[in-house]
Design a protein. Structure first.
Length: 339
């Protein structure tokens, strides 16, 4: 209450990642701001040293060193996927109320500063490409996918529109687990779709879906299928990302069911990749659960035989990934910059 007797409404408190978790995230080289996280991926760091680029550069023309990978929902997710390399053991809640989240511009200002700190540490190494380091300070590509599930952030449409308004922005990728179809619809309704939308597609049937994704929503399978069907009509580039795990979803008998998902989604591209034994996933899976590149190729070839609307477009052996392209919904693989 103020001196005049008027009741002063208290400002809602912003969601904060717990200090003990922030400490562990920073030890793992994450930048943290409120409920958001940012990081430099393995390939970004390799590109600074001239040691190669991410498969997204090869497949779509994305500039690896100028890519900013972040999440506005760093510790929030509706699934506990068995193959997740992220620190999901720290995930807290299932809800982000609009009044308790940071504004998009504030998120990006803070995360840009955190990312700059991570980059500055590379300037002291003479093996780093200084020109690339300088260019990386102003990203032109945004990958909204680092940790947590970004579609849980209630102001995601405003965030994507803000990123599109930045002069340097060329492209925005959004990766989703498909558990928030209403948010995907909202992105379309508000003209806030990303340049490319990825749907994690790790199971072709209900039982596999439960075993691999370990969802928290009772209607998780229905939510995911609703998102899958939306891909066929969304006004943006769409990708199914199939992560193969030995003994979980790599059986040839599952190929017809996966082919059916390809047909339902009518996605522009399908990325078929092996699970990678990295990060926190090493606590849940074995190194032997990764597929060899030849096995990924074989799975992709059989999938194409089952659904001939798709053709093998390219591959990245070092990342154990094969990409398919939809011949009946053809779009140029390389992404043009925003005009």
């Amino acid at each position: 209450m103020s001196c005049s007797g008027e009741v002063v409404e208290k400002e809602p408190e912003l969601i904060q990642i717990r200090p003990s978790i922030v400490k562990q995230l920073k030890k793992a080289k994450y930048g943290v701001a409120d409920h958001s996280t940012v990081g430099l991926c393995h390939w970004t760091k390799k590109s600074f040293r001239g040691e190669g680029t991410c498969y997204k550069h090869k497949f779509y023309g994305i500039s690896t060193h100028s890519c900013m990978e972040f999440s506005p929902a760093g510790m929030y997710c509706e699934n506990r996927c068995v193959y997740c390399w992220r620190p999901m053991e720290f995930y807290d809640s299932m809800e982000m109320q609009p009044q308790n989240v940071a504004e998009p511009e504030d998120i990006m200002t803070k995360l840009m500063a955190e990312r700059k700190k991570l980059i500055m540490g590379h300037y002291g190494d003479p093996n780093q490409d200084k020109k690339k380091l300088d260019e990386s300070l102003l990203p032109n590509h945004y990958a909204i996918s680092l940790s947590g599930e970004p579609t849980m952030y209630p102001k995601l449409p405003e965030l994507i529109k803000y990123l599109k308004s930045l002069e340097a922005t060329k492209s925005i990728f959004l990766v989703t687990n498909g558990q928030e179809p209403d948010m995907i619809q909202k992105l379309e309704d508000e003209d806030a779709l990303p340049t490319q939308l990825y749907l994690s597609t790790n199971a072709a049937d209900y039982q596999s879906f439960l075993k691999i994704n370990r969802p928290r929503y009772d209607d998780s399978w229905e939510r995911w299928n609703r998102t899958l069907k939306m891909l066929s009509t969304l006004g943006t580039r769409t990708v199914l990302r199939i992560t193969l795990i030995r003994g979980y979803n790599d059986d040839e008998e599952m190929i017809p069911a996966f082919a059916s998902l390809l047909q339902k989604s009518n996605a522009h591209f399908v990325e078929i990749k092996s699970y990678m034994h990295i990060g926190r996933s090493t606590n849940r899976l074995e190194h032997s659960d990764m597929l060899e590149m030849d096995e990924v190729r074989s799975f992709a070839d059989k999938l194409v035989q089952e659904n001939n609307a798709f053709t093998v477009m390219d591959e990245s052996e070092i990342s154990r990934i094969v990409i398919l392209q939809n011949k009946k919904r053809f779009i140029d693989r390389f992404i043009p910059a925003y005009s």
